[in-house]
Design a protein around this ligand. Structure first.
Ligand code: T1G
Length: 700
C-alpha cells in the first residue's frame, strides 16, 4: 500500500495498519497513506467496515514532532482532514488500540466510531508538554467522550491514563485480552451487520450539556501556581470550555486557530527542542549502542550523610540492593535513621505505601568499614570533600572491591582523574554527581575521567536510567557543567546587588521568568556557607578576579540561610519563606559605599539579560573546554538540576533565540565591567561571526 501503511482485507473488513517505527508517528507519509487507505475502503463496495491499528508495540505516539516547522508537501492532506474523513465515513471504523495512543494518536482513535483496546495500553493528550494544545480535534472530542472534568485533567495535565480508566471514562468501549485486531475485525463485522449510521464522537452531546461554567475558572485558579508564564495550559482550558459551549464544527475551527498560534510560538519551539534534547543526552558519540553496559545487581555507598543516604534510596527505589557504609556504628545508625525518616515522611504524605517502604528499607543494609563494598558491582563514594581523604578511601576500596566493579565518586568539586590514579582500576573510575536531595532530583552528571573505559561510561549512563535519572555525560573541570554556570552567574547576580539591585528584586525577576526560585533564595536554601566555601576553594583557580563580597560578609555574620533563620532573607519562626530584611538592605548600602560604587537602578530586563548572558557565555566556555558534548546537554542539565523553565528551552537555546551577535555584544560590555567572569568564549565569538547557533555545535 505504502511504506508506512499496510493494508489487508479480512472478509468484508479492511484492516489498515500504521507501520512507522519506532513510534508510529503521524508523519506526512503516514497521513497520506492513511487517507488513501480509508478512501480505498470507502470506494470498495465489498468492504463493509474498517479497522485501524498500529504495527509493533505502539498504536500511534502522535504527530511526527521532527516534521514540525517543515512545509507540508502539496499532495499530503492535513491530519485534520484525514481525521474528519474517518469520522464522516458512512462505513463503521473501529480503532484497535494495540499500544500507546498519544496526541494525534488518541485524536485519530476518537475519530473512529468505536475503540477496542489491549488492557496494557495507555492513552493521553501530552501536547501541553510541547507548548501547544491538541490540534486534531482532541479538545472537542475528548470532553464528548469522557466529560469535561476528565478531559481537563488529561488535556491540561498532559499525563496518560491507563486502559481501565479509559474504559471507565467512556474513551474506550471494550478491553480485549489477546488479539485485539482479531476482536476488532469481529466487532466491525457485528456493527456493519446491524447497519444504521455509525456512532460519531462529534455528534455526541450528553457529557457536555448543562456543564457548570464555574468549573473552568476554578481550574484556571488551580493550575496558576504551576503555570507561571505558560500559555498552553490556559488555552487547553479555554478549548474545553469552547467544546461545552459552541457547536462542534465551530469548536474545531477555534481549536485550529489556537493550535497554529501556539505551535508557531517561541514557547513551543523551546519545548520541542527540549523533547529532542532529553533524548539526545543519552547518546555518547564514541560509545556506540553495541558497547554492552555491565549489569549492576548490587551497589554500595560509602558515607551515610545526607548525600550518601539519598543515593542509597535511589538504588532501593529502583529495586537494587545497596549497602551503606560508614566509619562508625553511630554515624551509620544516624544515617540509616534519616533514610527511614525520609521514607516515613513519604508514607505519611501518601506518596508511598507502608509495604513499599518496608520493601525498600529491606533492600538497604548497613556496614561499618569496607566489607559491605566487597561484593558490590558499583561503589559510590559520598564523603566530605577532601582530596586526601578521598584518595585514601579510593585506595582502600580498590583493594577490597571485585576487580570488575566500578568505583565512582559523588564529588562536586574535586579532580576525579587524581582519584582514578590512586587505584589499579583507572578504567573503572568515574564521577556520579548527584544533586541534593539525591532521591528527588532527576539530574545525574556522569563525569568522564581521562581513563574511564567505554564500558564504564555505558554502564553509568544505563544506570542513570535504571535509577530514574536523566544522566548527562560531562568532563572533569571546575564545577563540571551545572555548578560552573551557577557559580559564574551567581557572582554576576551579586555584582548587580553591589551596584544597585536588591536580592529580592533579582530573585523576583528570575521567578517571574519561570525559575522555581532565584539565586539568593537558592543560596539561603543550600546554605550560604556552601557557596562561601566553594568560592574559597576556587580562589587559586581564578586569581586576580573581582570577587563579590556580600556572601563573605553573610558567612562571617553567621547568616547561613534557612538553617540559621537568617541569610539573604529573614526567616521568621522557622518559616521556609524568607522576607526582605532591612538589615541586609543596610549592609548592601554600606558595602556599595565601601567599594566606592554609586548605586544605580537596575531594570528587570537588564537583570534578566545579564544573568542569562552569564549562563550562556559560561556554557560556551564549557563547550570550548570539551566538558559537555552538546549545547543541548547544558540545557538539559539546567532544566533538571536548576529548574530552568522548560518553556524557555535552557540558557543555550535562549541565547540562540536572542541571537548570538546580540549575546556577544552584551558579553563584551559585561567583560569590561566584571573582567574574566565574563570573558567572551571563543565559541561565542566564532559562532556570532559566522551567524551560527549554539545548537549547530558538534564536539570534536
Ligand atoms: N514524533 C517523532 N518522533 C517520536 C515521537 C513523535 N511524536 N514520539 C517518539 N518519537 C521518537 C523519539 O524521538 C525516539 O527517537 C523514539 O521515538 C523512541 O522514543 C495533532 C500535533 C512515545 C512515550 O508528545 O512521549 O500529536 O531518539 O526514546 O521512552 O494534536 O517518545 O530513538 O531517534 O522517548 O519508550 C504528541 C511524544 C505529538 C509523544 C515513547 N505526542 N513521545 O517513550 O522512547 S504532537 C507526544 C513520547 C501531536 C496533535 C499534535 C515518548 C513515548 P530516537 P523514546 P520511550
Amino acid at each position: 500500500m505504502s511504506d508506512v501503511i499496510d493494508f489487508e482485507v479480512r472478509g468484508a473488513i479492511g484492516v489498515i495498519t500504521i507501520n512507522n517505527p519506532p513510534a508510529n508517528a503521524l508523519s506526512f507519509a503516514v497521513d497520506k497513506g492513511l487517507h488513501e487507505a480509508v478512501q480505498r475502503c470507502t470506494a470498495d463496495d465489498a468492504i463493509k467496515a474498517m479497522v485501524i491499528t498500529g504495527g509493533g508495540k505502539m498504536f500511534v505516539a502522535g504527530a511526527d514532532i521532527s516534521e514540525f516547522g517543515k512545509p507540508r508537501p502539496d499532495d499530503v492532506p492535513e491530519l485534520n482532514d484525514v481525521i474528519e474523513g474517518i469520522e464522516a465515513s458512512d462505513k463503521p471504523v473501529v480503532a484497535a488500540l494495540n499500544g500507546l495512543a498519544l496526541g494525534g494518536g488518541l485524536e485519530l482513535a476518537m475519530s473512529c466510531h468505536y475503540r477496542l483496546a489491549a488492557p496494557t495500553i495507555q492513552v493521553g493528550q501530552p501536547e501541553v508538554k510541547l507548548g501547544f494544545i491538541p490540534g486534531a480535534g482532541g479538545t472537542q472530542r475528548l470532553p464528548r467522550l469522557a466529560g469535561v472534568e476528565a478531559a481537563l485533567d488529561m488535556i491540561v495535565g498532559g499525563d496518560p491514563i491507563k486502559a481501565q480508566k479509559a474504559l471507565e471514562l467512556g474513551i474506550v468501549d471494550e478491553l480485549v485480552e489477546g488479539d485485539v485486531v482479531a476482536r476488532a475485525v469481529e466487532f466491525a463485522e457485528e456493527v456493519a451487520a446491524k447497519g444504521g449510521a455509525p456512532r460519531r464522537t462529534g455528534e455526541q452531546t450528553d457529557k457536555i450539556s448543562g456543564v457548570d461554567k464555574s468549573v473552568f475558572d476554578a481550574y484556571r485558579r488551580k493550575i496558576a501556581p504551576k503555570s507561571r508564564g505558560l500559555a498552553a495550559p490556559y488555552e487547553c482550558i479555554r478549548m474545553v470550555e469552547v467544546a461545552a459551549t459552541l457547536p462542534f464544527a465551530q469548536g474545531l475551527e477555534e481549536e485550529r486557530k489556537a493550535f497554529v498560534t501556539l505551535r508557531d510560538s517561541d514557547q513551543a519551539a523551546a519545548m520541542r527542542y527540549m523533547f529532542f534534547a532529553e533524548r539526545e543526552v543519552a547518546k555518547v558519540p564514541d560509545v556506540p549502542r553495541d558497547v554492552q553496559p555491565m549489569k549492576i545487581a548490587s551497589a554500595a555507598v560509602v558515607g551515610s550523610g545526607t548525600m550518601g543516604g539519598g543515593i542509597a534510596m535511589c538504588f532501593a527505589n529502583a529495586g537494587v540492593p545497596v549497602t551503606v557504609t560508614d566509619i562508625s556504628q553511630e554515624a551509620l545508625d544516624a544515617g540509616l535513621a534519616k533514610v527511614k525518616a525520609n521514607y516515613e515522611g513519604s508514607v505519611s504524605r501518601g506518596r508511598l505505601t507502608q509495604a513499599q517502604m518496608d520493601e525498600r528499607l529491606g533492600l538497604i543494609s548497613g556496614s561499618v568499614g569496607y566489607d559491605g563494598a566487597k561484593e558490590a558491582d558499583i561503589v559510590i563514594e559520598a564523603v566530605f570533600e577532601d582530596m586526601d581523604l578521598k584518595k585514601k578511601i579510593f585506595a582502600d576500596l580498590d583493594a577490597v572491591m571485585k576487580p570488575e566493579a566500578i568505583l565512582a565518586s559523588n564529588t562536586s568539586t574535586l579532580d576525579i582523574n587524581e582519584l582514578a590514579a590512586v587505584t589499579k582500576r583507572p578504567d573503572k573510575v568515574v564521577g556520579t554527581h548527584f544533586f541534593s536531595p539525591a532521591n528527588v532530583m532527576k539530574l545525574l552528571e556522569n563525569v568522564r575521567t581521562e581513563t574511564a573505559s567505554k564500558e564504564t561510561i555505558a554502564t553509568v549512563m544505563q544506570l542513570s536510567k535504571v535509577l530514574g535519572k536523566v544522566g548527562v555525560l560531562v568532563g572533569v573541570g571546575d564545577g563540571f557543567v551545572g555548578n560552573r554556570l551557577l557559580g559564574f552567574a551567581s557572582r554576576i547576580a551579586e555584582f548587580m546587588v553591589e551596584e544597585g539591585a536588591l536580592p529580592w528584586q533579582v530573585d523576583k525577576v528570575l521567578y517571574d521568568f519561570g525559575f522555581p526560585m532565584g539565586p539568593f533564595a537558592v543560596s539561603d536554601m543550600a546554605g550560604v556557607d556552601i557557596r562561601y566555601l566553594s568560592r574559597q576553594g576556587q580562589l587559586k583557580l581564578y586569581p586576580g578576579r573581582r570577587n563579590p563580597v556580600l556572601t563573605d560578609k553573610l558567612y562571617e555574620m553567621g547568616r547561613l540561610g534557612q538553617k540559621t533563620g537568617k541569610g539573604w532573607y529573614l526567616y521568621k519562626d522557622g518559616s521556609r519563606k524568607g522576607e526582605p530584611d532591612p538589615e541586609i538592605e543596610k549592609l548592601i548600602a554600606e558595602t556599595s559605599k565601601e567599594l566606592g560604587i554609586d548605586r544605580r537602578p537596575f531594570s528587570d530586563e537588564e537583570i534578566l539579560a545579564n544573568y542569562l548572558c552569564a549562563l550562556s557565555n559560561t556554557g560556551a566556555h564549557v563547550l570550548d573546554e570539551g566538558l559537555a558534548i552538546r549545547a543541548s546537554d547544558i540545557d538539559v542539565i539546567w532544566l533538571y538540576g536548576y529548574g530552568f523553565p522548560r518553556q524557555h528551552g535552557g540558557p543555550m537555546f535562549h541565547a540562540d533565540l536572542v541571537g548570538l551577535d546580540k549575546v556577544l555584544a552584551k558579553t563584551e560590555a559585561m567583560f569590561q565591567l566584571y573582567g574574566d567572569w565574563m570573558k567572551p568564549a571563543g565559541l561565542l565569538k566564532t559562532f556570532a561571526a559566522e551567524g551560527k547557533k549554539f545548537k549547530d555545535y558538534k564536539a570534536g
